[in-house]
Write a protein that binds this ligand. Structure first.
Ligand SMILES: [Zn+2]
Length: 217
């Protein structure tokens, strides 16, 4: 592939669009023109491949060294935490005056993290990639219970901190929805953080992945 190999800029700050952190949908189309033997991958497939390479790269750089076969759910969680430094979603700390406000009126110093929806989609792709690359479903670290629990904690924490309910966009019932909204204290707004929950948006910029690693599985 023709990944740009600027390994020294992990921030990916050159990407103007905060929601699509990695993806470059037009790239594969151009590729298929110049490289006829390579069948064009779907956006999901190429994203999955990129994520997988990123994870392998992470294992490679891990200290102490870590192999895929020794990788546990705890390591996956560690990986997700590591990715937060590349995040673009403001998550307010509990002391911030904007804690729980979906649309703060002013900037604050709270950290940027990976949006829950991005992590959730990432885990789904990596889980699939693991098995496609020969891993056994029983030992799939991306399917570990600890990872699910961690994701749920991130989801709940971000929902509170950002005041953004993480629910699948529900069809708005225009007529007489009496009971629905009663239980959730916060009214679901149209903002909803929807963009960040897109299943195809990447988590890290592609220039992270310098050299695709061929696994020895
Ligand atoms: Zn804040």
């Amino acid at each position: 592939m023709d990944q740009p190999s600027g390994s020294d800029d992990p921030s990916g700050s050159s990407h103007p669009d905060a929601n699509t952190i990695i993806s470059s949908p037009s790239a594969s189309a151009q590729e298929s023109r110049s490289l006829p033997p390579t069948p064009p991958l779907s956006r999901y497939e190429s994203q999955k491949r990129r994520d997988w390479n990123t994870f392998l790269q992470y294992l490679k750089n891990h200290k102490p060294p870590l192999t895929l076969s020794r990788c546990s759910g705890a390591h996956v969680i560690e990986f997700l935490k590591y990715l937060d430094q590349f995040g673009k979603t403001k998550v307010h700390v509990s002391g911030c005056p904007y804690f729980g406000q979906p649309n703060p009126p002013a900037p604050c110093a709270c950290p940027l993290k990976q949006a829950w929806g991005s992590l959730d989609a990432l885990i789904g792709r990596l889980r699939a990639a693991y098995e496609e690359n020969g891993g056994q479903p029983e030992s799939n670290p991306f399917g570990a219970r600890a990872v699910r629990i961690y994701l749920r904690e991130v989801k709940d924490g971000q929902a509170k901190a950002r005041g953004v309910p993480y629910e699948k966009k529900k069809r708005k019932r225009t007529g007489g929805s009496a009971s629905g909204a009663a239980t959730s204290g916060q009214e679901a707004t149209t903002a909803g953080g929807g963009g960040e929950e897109g299943g195809t948006s990447g988590v890290i910029s592609s220039n992270e992945v310098t050299n695709p690693v061929t696994s020895t599985l």
